[in-house]
Design a protein around this ligand. Structure first.
Ligand code: NAD
Ligand code: DAU
Length: 341
């Protein structure tokens, strides 16, 4: 089985490639990635030399390049996306281009080349804000709130249209907030861990009472592989974690585990349109594919904190260049930068 993985130099994609190569001796992987600010070949340390792995630098919006690279592949796992909600609010254009046009190109080429399975990686954010006590299952309405989640919902609908119109063999996964090794520190948990390591302020948006469903990236990768191998064509599968927690309580948890003071907490202006709560029902993954999440938040946080502490060279690499100016622009003068949106 030769798998075409897009976005394999990003956080989840790189963890997925490592997961597959360690378990599946008869699988080959072609990693197709544009290497945006979020793509980093250092995420694939130790993988580059693997005989079953190859890398092609390219944009998913470039039809000819995608077709050339995808030839001979049996399946596609499509992770590539602009994945950060805040950036999508500040600058929606590139997010819509990659997440929607890029997915449209991927579908067009994969259909032409008659791939046997297409796994589209989506997100719980497409269901939008959940009221207290409410959970989204795979049939729930799509009510995205941000340009990011709207572009993901749009790409889900394109996938669905290919299934219905062409009988295209696609499957969609919608997972909750992933965390774990190799996550770029623009996202909440790695930002909090790495700022706390340096005794820097931890920015909490609004009142910090927004709830997220935390899923360790290894649990997600195990779920995506199960969907690739056994997911039913045309279906959607939710993948959520064990713990739904308020942001503030997760940060306090991290501070306790790191032995750092709560005086590092810093309440800052809220994200515009910020969803209060995400919560998924995942019985379908359990019933059909025997998947349940296995890593509790406490265990996952300890492992993740250790990973960031032990990978200072990786961290110095990703924090150089663009990250510094991004951080200065959106955190060091946050009230002002949000007014400019
Ligand atoms: P990431 O930002 O870490 O990585 C994205 C990767 O895609 C990068 O390697 C980047 O270079 C590549 N990429 C971006 N634009 C591209 C383009 N035009 N052509 C080719 N490659 C391009 O993202 P992630 O957190 O690993 O997320 C992966 C997927 O999972 C995304 O589709 C995201 O929407 C989805 N998802 C993420 C989470 C999460 O918590 N991180 C949760 C649910 C779903
Ligand atoms: O739910 C799945 C989604 O999870 C994925 O589809 C996205 O790709 C991924 O980025 C993530 O989106 P979120 O917006 O939930 O993640 P983020 O890490 O940006 O923020 C998590 C929560 O923390 C959210 O409520 C906003 C808050 N936050 C975030 C940052 C960066 C803060 O309070 N302070 C911060 O500095």
């Amino acid at each position: 089985m030769k798998i075409f993985v897009t976005g394999g130099a990003g956080f989840i994609g790189s963890n997925f490639i490592r997961h597959v190569l360690s378990l599946k001796k008869d699988y080959q992987i072609v990693n197709y990635d544009k290497l945006t600010y979020a793509g980093n070949l250092a995420n694939l340390d130790g993988v580059a030399e693997h005989t079953k792995y190859s890398f092609v630098k390219g944009d998913i919006c470039d039809l000819q390049a995608v077709e050339k690279a995808m030839k001979g592949c049996h399946a596609v796992v499509h992770f590539a996306a602009e994945s950060h909600v805040d950036r999508s609010i500040y600058e929606p254009g590139p997010v819509i281009e990659t997440n929607m046009t890029g997915t449209a190109v991927m579908l067009q080429v994969a259909r032409k080349l008659q791939v046997e399975k297409f796994v589209h990686i989506s997100t719980d954010e497409v269901y939008g804000d959940m009221r207290p006590g409410q959970f989204a299952d795979e049939e729930s309405q799509l009510q995205p709130s941000s340009p990011y989640s709207a572009s993901k919902a749009g790409s889900d609908l394109l996938v669905r249209s290919y299934v219905r119109t062409y009988g295209f063999p696609a499957v969609i996964t919608r997972s909750s907030n992933n965390y774990g090794p190799y996550q770029f520190p623009e996202k909440f948990l790695p930002l909090v861990i790495t700022n706390a390591m340096d005794n820097k302020a931890l920015p909490i948006y609004g009142d910090g009472k927004q709830q997220r469903d935390w899923l360790h990236v290894e649990d997600n990768c195990r779920g995506v592989l199960a969907v690739l191998e056994r997911g039913r064509e045309g279906q959607v599968y939710n993948l959520g974690g064990i713990d739904i927690e308020e942001n503030l309580s997760v940060v306090k948890h991290v501070l306790r585990l790191m032995g750092k003071p709560e005086s590092l907490l810093s309440y800052v202006k809220d994200r515009p349109g910020h969803d209060r709560r995400y919560a998924l029902r995942c019985e379908k993954m359990e019933k059909e594919l025997g998947w349940t999440p296995s890593i509790p938040l406490e265990q996952g946080l300890l492992q993740t904190i250790d990973w960031y502490k032990n990978n200072s060279a990786w961290l110095a690499g990703v924090r150089g260049g663009d990250y510094r100016s991004y951080y200065a622009k959106y955190y060091e003068n946050r009230d002002h930068s949000l007014q400019a949106i």
